[in-house]
Design a protein around this ligand. Structure first.
Ligand code: AMP
Length: 371
């Protein structure tokens, strides 16, 4: 799934060009079946939106046909405006002919009313309406529609000829306006503060996806992947893995979860460059970080906790005090400044990380509830 920005709004992929091609082929076949043998219909595309549909449809249609266009306009922005204007009319003599309208989309039906008006006094043999897309939830007119390619929900769509204020017509796929906003939280704190434990509890409670960059690296190390081999040399010493590697990995993890309602980022970002990359990456999707929630625990207590964890965790970086102290050094010199980064955006929320798991969880939940 990809997200694009047109003017001020974000759109995500909704229907692929392959899916659209199937619907177009289906319509061409259905219409051909209904026409009398040897009949030459006139297909009339409704501009601007139907130019792609009309072009593809006509290529799919087997048999002789004529093609014409009328130009109507009713949309401004993402709202259908009541009034429809005819900007270019029809010049052909249509007496006794079968006219088949090719519409890209029918929603309220205002344009359809105008179409019926245009052709009413043209003494046609018959007028048929074919639309690629139809929005049944908003259609308010009792007028017949003969062929519907596909019914879609009442969400604004662009692409394949359809535009948002002039943009998006050139896209091969159909995109839908994104309305859902994620809740994205950076769970922050020095090594051993309890981020992993708390994230596991919070992700279930708030229905968020938990991404721990440390866990992803350890998974890769265990499976001996290229990324794992690279990361191991840094991790074993308690150094940070280089930003480029970590950022690319994080993006891939986010993109795996297309349906996520939001993320708890645990162990990421750890440098200002990572924080900026995360902001830019989320902004591309029309999303943002809601807040950084930080577990505050003093260093001596943390060293004790980590050494204790090292007895069972099997993590080489937990078993040796100098490696642990190096991780704190990395934290102090590269990561701790992120407090200022998020504070400047009024997104920093400090939480006392000393206490039982339940106590700390309650304090974190109190902050999560406000984000
Ligand atoms: P953690 O499990 O979060 O304590 O991470 C363990 C180790 O993984 C760290 O000491 C780093 O070597 C590496 N690591 C995890 N996340 C990052 C990150 N965002 N940037 C760089 N290195 C990371």
């Amino acid at each position: 799934m990809s997200t694009i920005k047109l003017h001020d709004k974000y759109f995500k992929t909704y229907l692929s060009k392959d899916k659209i091609a199937k619907v177009v082929a289906y319509l061409a076949k259905e219409i051909a079946l209904d026409l009398e043998k040897g009949e030459i219909p006139i297909f009339v595309g409704i501009l601007n939106g139907s130019f792609m549909f009309a072009a593809d449809f006509i290529r799919e249609y087997e048999g002789d046909c004529e093609v014409s266009f009328v130009k109507l306009a009713s949309y401004q922005g993402t709202k259908s405006q009541g009034k429809v204007k005819q900007l270019v009319g029809i010049n052909e003599d249509l007496k006794g002919r079968t006219v088949i309208i090719l519409e890209d989309i029918i929603d309220t039906g205002n344009t359809l009313v105008e179409i019926y008006d245009i052709f009413r006094d043209k003494q046609l043999k018959q007028l048929k309406i074919a639309t690629l897309f139809f929005k049944p939830d908003v259609f308010r007119k009792g007028l017949p529609i003969d062929y519907i390619g596909m019914s879609i929900p009442d969400k604004f769509v662009v692409g394949y000829g359809l535009d948002y204020d002039g943009l998006g017509r050139n896209l091969a796929d159909i995109y839908q306006l994104t309305t859902h906003k994620m809740t994205n939280i950076v769970l922050f704190g020095p090594p051993g503060a309890g981020k992993g434990t708390q994230a596991t509890l919070l992700k279930d409670k708030y229905n968020l996806v938990h991404i721990s960059t440390g866990d992803v690296f350890r998974f890769n190390i265990k499976n001996n992947t290229e990324l794992g081999i690279l990361a191991k040399s840094f991790m074993d010493k308690g150094d940070l893995v280089p930003d480029e590697v970590t950022i690319e990995m994080l993006k891939a993890e986010v993109d795996k979860n297309t349906e996520a309602k939001g993320f708890i980022f645990d162990g990421f970002p750890r440098t200002e460059l990572q924080a900026k990359a995360l902001d830019a990456f989320l902004a591309e999707k029309g999303e943002k970080i809601n807040g950084m929630v930080a577990l505050e625990v003093n260093e001596d207590l943390l060293v004790k906790r980590l050494l204790k964890r090292g007895e069972t965790s099997g993590r080489p970086d937990d078993q040796d005090e100098t490696k642990i102290r190096n991780r704190f050094n990395e934290y102090e010199t590269k990561t701790a400044i992120l407090k200022d980064y998020y504070e400047a955006q009024k997104k920093y929320f400090g939480v006392n990380g000393v206490g039982t798991i339940e106590e700390v969880n309650q304090r974190l939940s109190d902050v999560f509830d406000t984000l």
